[in-house]
Design a binder for this molecule. Sequence first.
Ligand code: P1T
Length: 384
Amino acid sequence: MPDTTSLGFATRAIHAGQEADPATGATVVPIYATSTYTQQAPGQHKGYEYSRSGNPTRAALETCLAALEGGERGLAFASGLAATTAVIQGLLQPGDEVAAAADLYGGTFRLFDKVFKPWGLVTRYTEDASVAGFRPIITPKTKLVWVETPTNPLLQIVDIAAIAGLAHQAGAVLAVDNTFASPYLQQPIALGADLVVHSTTKYLGGHSDVIGGAVIGRRDLLQPIAFYQNAAGGVPGPFDAWLTLRGLKTLAVRMERHCANAKQLAAWLEKQPTVQRVYYPGLASHPGHELAKQQMRDYGGMISVSIKGGKDAALRLLTRTKLFSLAESLGGVESLIGHPATMTHASIPAEVRQARGIDDGLVRLSVGIEDVADLQEDLRQAMA
Ligand code: P1T
């Protein structure tokens, strides 16, 4: 394995873990569609025994993910939530506590609340994701601090270095769900985080054609998570690993366009009379703008918009766009529009959701890489 650490991001995305196939010389990592591997004698093999434990296509993806996040090791999972599950099951015991920033993907909240709470895990949430906000929810039992940044769906920015310092003082591990930023825009490990979690379904895969997840971090910390990956088996198949690896190759150029398009649309949306508020960290009006400038390369492709007139007005917009597809998910080349209250965040109780600002007038945009003039015109005609 040549050392890729000195290479730039776009080069690593194309080369890390992806040297020519040792068996055939194939330039592109092949889809190793095999469940098992023939051994010369029991235990004598070429590094692979069974594809739950390891598969060369998945191994290439895992190596590339680690190289992009600047971690020692990467692990790929069948979904983002399978990755989150592996972190919890690999590192925590019933009775342990998680301290989490309250604004996060509804499915992650549901996992903590409906699966791990009955198992014995206590999750405490803070609306204020600053050090001052986290302090009161960190107890001697806190083993894991969990943040997204930017958050889903309100695009809050969390100070990764500051929260890492706080977590480490408390003897806890900081995990950052880096799905909204992608490693092209933000590398949490360099800022002090211990683990990075991804839904690779989003920007990393980038084409809305595959579900996957990942955990990246230090070798010692990943060891029990890797044990769980093999023991419980929530791994991606080789075709899914291959699609994700194929997506990664263009991550840098895609993110540039996602960011440029979103920046233009956010500035335009802020001036529209039907818009109450625009949530986009690239806007000077965003409370996390200065922090985002420090810890991110650019501001990402996600925008949330609060529409005047509440639910009815929001639903009118959602059903009138022609290029923005009304759909869950984000981070693909095509633009998507969604209604967090009834879609991605429906699993959060209504009163909790509303208290957090995820009201029925909130619309979330995943800005794709189409021509931005077409996207703007689509929103204009839908809001007219
Ligand atoms: O869907 P899955 O690959 O299991 O990933 C879950 C997940 C984890 N973390 C974040 C920040 C996410 O946004 C998601 C999935 N989110 C959506 C499907 C969505 O539309 O927000």
